[in-house]
Design a protein around this ligand. Structure first.
Ligand code: ADP
Length: 251
C-alpha cells in the first residue's frame, strides 16, 4: 500500500532521510518509533505531500505517487493525478487542526462535500455515524473551541475517516493532550483499528498503544531504520543497543 524507494529528504544541507526503503502492506498497522529528530514526522508529511521529497520514489497502492521513473529520469506527476491519490490518505495531527470558525459537523462534511462531491445529506448522515463512533453524538453543532483537547482530537479522527481513507497517518496524536485525556483518544483509535482494515502509519510515544495496535514497529535513528519487527519481540527483546536505550528512556 505504501512503498518508499531510495527516498532522500534534505532540508538545506541537513539530510533527514538518506536512501530510505520500506514497505507497508495493505491493512497493515506500522508504528514508527525513535528519538526526536530521527525523521518520523517527515515520513508522514512526505506521504501527505506536505513536504516534497528530494530524491527517490513513493508508491501508493503500487503506483508511483509524486514522481515516477520515466526513461531513466525522475519525473514529477501531474498535480491532478497526485490529488486523486491524496484523497485516499488521511492524517491526524498533534495539534488537531480543526477549522475554528466551523461547527463540529461542518468540519467533518467540508472535504467529503467539496473534494469528493458527496451530497449534503449523505455527508451529514455519515458525519453523524462517525460522531457516534468517536462518542461525540451530542457535539454535532458545537464549536471546536468549546471542546476539550481530547474531544477536538476525536473530531479530527472523525473528520479524517469521513473521507473513507485507505491510509491513515497518525502523528503523535496524543502528545498535545493533558494526560487524563490521552486514554479516550487512544480508545477511539483502538476501535478504529479493530473495526476497519485501514492501513495505518503511526508515530507515537505511547508504547503500550503501539504494541496493541501495530503489526510491526520500525525503530528509526538519524533517518534510518535500525530495527524492524513484530512489536512483542521488539519491545521485549530489542536486538540493537540504540533501541534498548530508547525504550528505556520512554518506558
Ligand atoms: P521526528 O518526527 O523523528 O522527531 P522530524 O521528522 O520532525 O523528526 O525531524 C527530522 C529532522 O528534520 C530534524 O532535524 C528537524 O529539525 C528537521 N526538519 C523537519 N522539518 C523541517 C523543516 N520544515 N525545515 C527544516 N528542517 C526541518
Amino acid at each position: 500500500m505504501i512503498r518508499f524507494e531510495n527516498v532522500v529528504k534534505r532540508f538545506g544541507d541537513n539530510t533527514v532521510l538518506d536512501d530510505l526503503n520500506f514497505e507497508v502492506a495493505k491493512g497493515e498497522r506500522v508504528t514508527l518509533i525513535g528519538p526526536s529528530g530521527s525523521g518520523k514526522t517527515t515520513i508522514l508529511r512526505l506521504v501527505m505531500t506536505l513536504e516534497d521529497l528530494t530524491d527517490g520514489y513513493i508508491y501508493i497502492d503500487g503506483q508511483p505517487f509524486t514522481y515516477e521513473p520515466r526513461g531513466g529520469r525522475r519525473v514529477r506527476q501531474k498535480q491532478k493525478d497526485i490529488n486523486k491519490v491524496s484523497t485516499k490518505i488521511g492524517m491526524v495531527f498533534q495539534q488537531f487542526n480543526l477549522f475554528p470558525n466551523m461547527t463540529v459537523v461542518e468540519n467533518i462534511v467540508e472535504a467529503p462535500i467539496h473534494v469528493l462531491g458527496r451530497g449534503k445529506e449523505e455527508a451529514h448522515a455519515r458525519a453523524r455515524e462517525l460522531l457516534e463512533l468517536v462518542g461525540l453524538s451530542d457535539k454535532v453543532d458545537a464549536h471546536p473551541t468549546r471542546l476539550s483537547g481530547g474531544q477536538q482530537q476525536r473530531v479530527a479522527i472523525a473528520r479524517a475517516l469521513a473521507m473513507d481513507p485507505e491510509i491513515l497517518l497518525l502523528d503523535e496524536v496524543t502528545s498535545a493532550l493533558d494526560p487524563e485525556l490521552v486514554g479516550e483518544v487512544l480508545g477511539v483509535l483502538r476501535d478504529v483499528a479493530s473495526s476497519t482494515d485501514i492501513t495505518m502509519l503511526i508515530v507515537t510515544h505511547e508504547m503500550q498503544f503501539a504494541q496493541e495496535v501495530s503489526d510491526r514497529v520500525m525503530m528509526f535513528d538519524h533517518g534510518r531504520i535500525i530495527e524492524d519487527g513484530e512489536p512483542g519481540a521488539l519491545f521485549s527483546a530489542p536486538r540493537e543497543q540504540r533501541t534498548r536505550d530508547f525504550l528505556q528512556a520512554v518506558l
